[in-house]
Design a protein around this ligand. Structure first.
Ligand SMILES: [Mn+2]
Length: 259
């Protein structure tokens, strides 16, 4: 089965990004993917309860249900902008959701997670995450008056900017290397993260770990073939996976915005 993996789309954040997203989804369907994995932060913010969804989220989700009707599995890996993705309101739009997605392709074991827990030293973020994704927050999301609840969701934007500052300066290479080592030791062959928006790669023999560049900035889609091979493609159709370490896309930091 051919799989497509996309990370950090943040749809609804930039003007025109919904149309761009619809075009990407159409291209994935044309290509014959059997499964598409959103590696976290699909929208500017996504709360599982439908009372939080604005027109952009509804339009984007509709496209996912259409994709499912055409036979493509939709997997949502939870990012830091995603909350309560297991709620039944989302059932028409995804086949499964969770903190981790794993599968075997061509005899290689794949593990996909968003990556916001990789940097264990980002204490202020870890605290915010624990609070915002707690059982209590889930009750609030269900019961609070709609307008107040939406204000809180939009408030996550500024809070994320305040808490997610430590990794925005540079990639936490030591933490990424250590996390990859833990997964490799547990028998994982290929690790994919999002969250950091910038490409990064580690190879150990036949094992490899990657940070998938943000779709938001690069339009990157990772294609995973049934034989376990990976191809990273940007929106313009360039292959970037074989670029040398330290190439422009790792060094350049034109991102600027909150991730
Ligand atoms: Mn993220």
């Amino acid at each position: 089965m051919l799989r497509a993996v996309l990370a950090d789309l943040h749809v609804g954040q930039d003007p025109g990004d919904l149309e761009r997203f619809l075009a990407t989804v159409a291209a994935i369907e044309r290509r014959g993917a059997g499964e598409v994995v959103f590696l976290g932060d699909l929208f500017r913010a996504l709360v599982g309860y439908s009372r939080f969804w604005d027109a952009t989220v509804r339009r984007g989700l509709d496209e996912l249900s259409a994709l499912r009707r055409s036979g493509v599995r939709v997997v949502m890996v939870e990012g830091n902008r995603d909350f309560f993705l297991d709620v039944a309101d989302l059932d028409p739009f995804r086949d499964t959701s969770g903190a981790v997605h794993s599968f075997v392709a061509g005899g290689r074991r794949f593990l996909l997670e968003h990556g916001d827990l990789v940097n264990r030293r980002d204490r202020s973020y870890l605290f915010w995450r624990a609070v915002s994704k707690s059982a209590v927050a889930r009750v609030w999301a269900r019961l609070l008056p709609r307008r107040l609840a939406q204000r809180i969701v939009l408030g996550t934007e500024s809070r994320l900017k305040a808490t997610n500052f430590t990794y925005r300066r540079r990639l936490p290479v030591a933490a990424l290397t250590a996390a990859a080592g833990r997964h490799f030791a547990a028998g994982v062959d290929v690790v994919l993260w999002g969250h950091f928006h910038r490409a990064w790669k580690l190879e150990q023999g036949r094992r490899e770990a990657h940070v998938v560049p943000g779709w938001l900035e690069t339009g990157t889609v990772v294609w995973i073939d049934g034989d376990g091979t990976l191809a990273f493609e940007t929106e313009r159709g360039q292959q970037i996976v074989d670029s040398a370490p330290g190439s422009w896309y790792q060094e350049e930091d034109s991102l600027g915005k909150a991730r």
